[in-house]
Design a protein around this ligand. Structure first.
Ligand code: ZN
Length: 283
């Protein structure tokens, strides 16, 4: 299934995109797409089968919001593609390098991305992200995929000065408002055969700048779940982003950063596409 949320920001309603492209409202089944729903996907599938012709259709013109809400944690994995670690001038971590992003950075897949006031080094990062479906603590690699409910695209937008040149942790450069476009869909696990065999790409103003495959991940999804769940409890609806491949602006010579008016387009096999316009912050 492809779960989605639609409507005005913070007033989104839940929906499903059917295989034929039609989108239907599922408000009669559930109030919103959140972690609790991920424990109930079998019943939702039955409901969709029975009600897809009578449920209200969603206009394709409706804004899509982030496809899940109530996210307790948004966790990034850094330097998880070897060629990207090289372009960043860093050595490969020996276990997953993780960082937090603020959940207030989450935004819809086609919403404008705001360049923070005074920011000069805003950069792009197409990523495969996955969503935890049930509470995970001390999970083994062998069991790990049982805790994954589905997948979605995440553009892990980053302000490189805030990330690297200010004191402290990467979180500063990852958490600005609109720095985490998610979606368009939360695609349930059953629809994606092998998540470690997906092409992912990103264009800036029509120019292909990232073009890779999740086969090149250093740490696989089971390894990431097993590792992080040793350090913290993962809850249904938590999102973990698996890292970006080679081709970010920071790695170019000279580096290239985003400015107002630029457009990013990005996609991952089976998960759809995103598109964002860069705009300046208004204060
Ligand atoms: Zn990233």
């Amino acid at each position: 299934m492809k779960l989605l949320r639609y409507g005005a920001p913070e007033k989104e309603k839940p929906g499903v995109a059917l295989p034929n492209g039609k989108r239907i409202d599922i408000s009669e089944f559930v109030a919103d797409v959140n972690g609790a729903l991920l424990g109930n996907l079998d019943r939702l599938a039955i409901w969709v089968d029975a009600n897809q012709n009578s449920a209200p259709a969603i206009s394709l013109n409706e804004r899509l919001g982030p496809p899940i809400t109530g996210v307790s944690k948004l966790i990034g994995v850094g330097l998880n593609y070897a060629q990207h670690a090289t372009e960043a001038g860093m050595t490969l971590p020996t276990e997953p390098l993780i960082f937090f992003k603020s959940t207030t950075a989450i935004t819809g897949p086609y919403d404008n991305v705001i360049i923070p006031k005074g920011a000069m080094k805003v950069d792009w990062e197409v990523e495969l992200a996955f969503v935890i479906g049930k509470k995970a603590q001390y999970v083994s690699r062998e069991q790990a995929m049982d805790f994954v409910a589905g997948y979605l695209i995440h553009n892990d937008i980053s302000e490189r000065e805030y990330q690297f040149e200010r004191a402290g942790q990467w979180v500063k450069g990852k958490s600005c408002d609109t720095f985490a476009p998610l979606g368009p869909y939360l695609v349930t696990k059953d629809e994606i055969g092998d998540p470690h065999r997906l092409n992912l790409w990103l264009k800036v103003n029509g120019e292909l700048v990232q073009n890779s495959n999740t086969a090149d991940l250093v740490f696989s999804i089971p390894e990431i779940v097993a590792n992080i769940s040793q350090y913290m409890t993962l809850l249904p609806g938590d999102i973990i982003s698996t890292g970006t491949p080679f081709g970010v602006g920071f790695g170019l010579q000279p580096p290239r950063y985003l400015k107002a008016g630029d457009v990013m387009e990005l996609g991952v096999d089976g998960l759809g596409m995103q598109r964002q316009l860069l705009v300046s912050a208004v204060h």
